[in-house]
Each structure stands twice: as structure tokens, then as C-alpha cells.
Ligand binder design. Structure first.
Ligand code: MG
Length: 252
């Protein structure tokens, strides 16, 4: 079932999402050569707690894996999503890193991600970030009342394909708000006009994950990688479907 949130619920989701938007902005100046992903994680946890939220990923469980240990998911280069922050993972000039974060406050959740350049990056990497960011904008623009989930999926996937890149298999966006993951699943490719209909009051995490070289993924515990080792990028916002244009909630 897809929940329609009440105005008071939306206010609480908005508060969690604002912390995320501010954190992702603040991380921009922290993502530099020489810093470890564990240091970024510690900064993020302090930031969230100081604003009255709690990290939503930390302790998250799925069958067969240990609870997720981080506040952030930090996915470097060919990492797609769910990278575990580590003292050993030290950023180097030319890397790209996807940082994904969830926050819960007063029982309501938000979720967003951004891929960052570490220092100066290659033109190929820059283009991947541009295309992935733009695909998210196109997906959000399709989240109109009366449209269907497939319209969002199609907007993302068709653009990524036209640009010569690949949407990562089997990794999707999702409803969010009362829980970190709710219905509907929001695939990053699909057929326009198919799937559940969108209605005002739905809160959705739309999150294209785009690889340069292949759609195939390789899993290692929590972590997902592009199967060919090519670069991967990830951008995500939590948005509110309204009676007119969607509202992006995970902005500062
Ligand atoms: Mg998400």
C-alpha cells in the first residue's frame, strides 16, 4: 500500500529531509584528498545528532547480513551503493564518491544521496555525474499527480540510455516517510504509463544509479559495484508529490 501523508506528517518528513540537505551541502567541503570515509561518517553522525535527528541507516538489517554499521553509505568509484565507511578507504584526487544518508526525526524519515568529485576528476567522470544528476531532475519532473511510476522510470532510463550509459540492474527508488523503505518501488528504467498512479501527498525517494560501462552489478556483502569496474554515480532526493509541481524536500 502506498501511503498518502497528512500535512502534519509531511512537516515531520520535511524536517528530517532538511537535515539531510544541509548535511550533503556541508559534506561538499569535507570531500577532499586524504580524508577517510570513516571520518566523513563521524562528521555526519555528529551533524545529524546535533540537529535532533538520528541516522536511519545505522543498524539497518536485512536477512543474511550484519546490521549496517555506518551513518553514511560511501561508495567509491565503481561502488554503486551501500559502501561501508572505513578507516582504510582514503579519498584520492580524481576519485568520485557517492554519499547516501537517511535521517529519522520524530518518527519520520528522509533519504538522499549525492555523488562528489574528489579534487579534479576526468572529463568522463564529470560527464557521468552530469548525466546522473540530470536524470534525477527528469525523474522528479515526471512525478506529477495522475502520472504513473513508470513515467518516472522511463524519464530516467530513456535519458541515461540516450547518453550512452547504463542504469544499474535491480536497484530502485522507493516510497519513504513513515519508514525508510515503503511502497512503491521506483525502478530507474521502465515503460511510461505503467505502474501505480501518483497522488498528491506521496513522498518518494527517487534515486538513479548509473554506470559508465554496464548495467550488471556485483554484490559483496552490503556493497554493490559495477560488474566491469567502471565508474558509477548516484543522486537521490526525497520529493513530495503535490497538486502541481513536485517539491524537493532534501534541500538545505
Ligand atoms: Mg533510497
Amino acid at each position: 500500500m502506498i501511503f498518502i501523508k497528512s500535512p502534519s506528517e509531511i512537516d515531520k518528513i520535511r524536517a528530517s529531509c532538511r537535515i539531510i540537505g544541509e548535511l550533503l551541502d556541508a559534506l561538499g567541503s569535507k570531500v577532499v584528498p586524504g580524508v577517510s570515509t570513516l571520518e566523513l561518517d563521524a562528521f555526519a553522525e555528529d551533524f545529524i545528532l546535533s540537529r535532533g535527528g538520528r541516522p536511519a541507516f545505522k543498524g539497518y538489517t536485512v536477512p543474511g547480513l550484519k546490521p549496517f554499521p555506518g551513518t553514511l553509505c560511501t561508495s567509491l568509484n565503481s561502488g554503486i551503493v551501500h559502501g561501508i565507511p572505513s578507516r582504510e578507504a582514503v579519498l584520492r584526487e580524481g576519485d568520485i564518491i557517492g554519499i547516501d544518508v537517511g535521517v529519522v526525526k520524530d518518527g519520520y524519515y528522509g533519504d538522499a544521496a549525492r555523488s562528489y568529485a574528489v579534487g579534479k576528476i576526468s572529463a568522463d567522470a564529470e560527464n557521468l555525474l552530469d548525466v546522473t544528476r540530470k536524470s534525477l531532475q527528469l525523474g522528479i519532473s515526471a512525478a506529477l499527480p495522475g502520472n504513473r511510476v513508470g513515467d518516472v522510470s522511463h524519464a530516467i532510463g530513456s535519458y541515461v540510455g540516450r547518453m550512452g550509459y547504463y542504469v544499474a540492474d535491480n536497484l530502485t527508488g522507493h516510497g519513504v516517510g513513515r519508514a525508510l523503505h515503503e511502497e512503491p518501488m521506483i525502478p530507474n528504467s521502465g515503460t511510461a504509463g505503467r505502474g501505480p498512479r501518483l497522488k498528491a501527498g506521496m513522498t518518494l525517494a527517487i534515486e538513479p544509479m548509473v554506470n559508465i560501462g554496464t548495467n550488471r552489478v556485483r554484490e559483496s556483502g552490503w556493497e554493490f559495484f559495477a560488474a566491469d569496474g567502471s565508474l558509477s554515480a548516484h543522486f537521490e532526493h526525497t520529493i513530495l508529490v503535490t497538486d502541481s509541481q513536485p517539491e524537493i524536500l532534501t534541500l538545505a
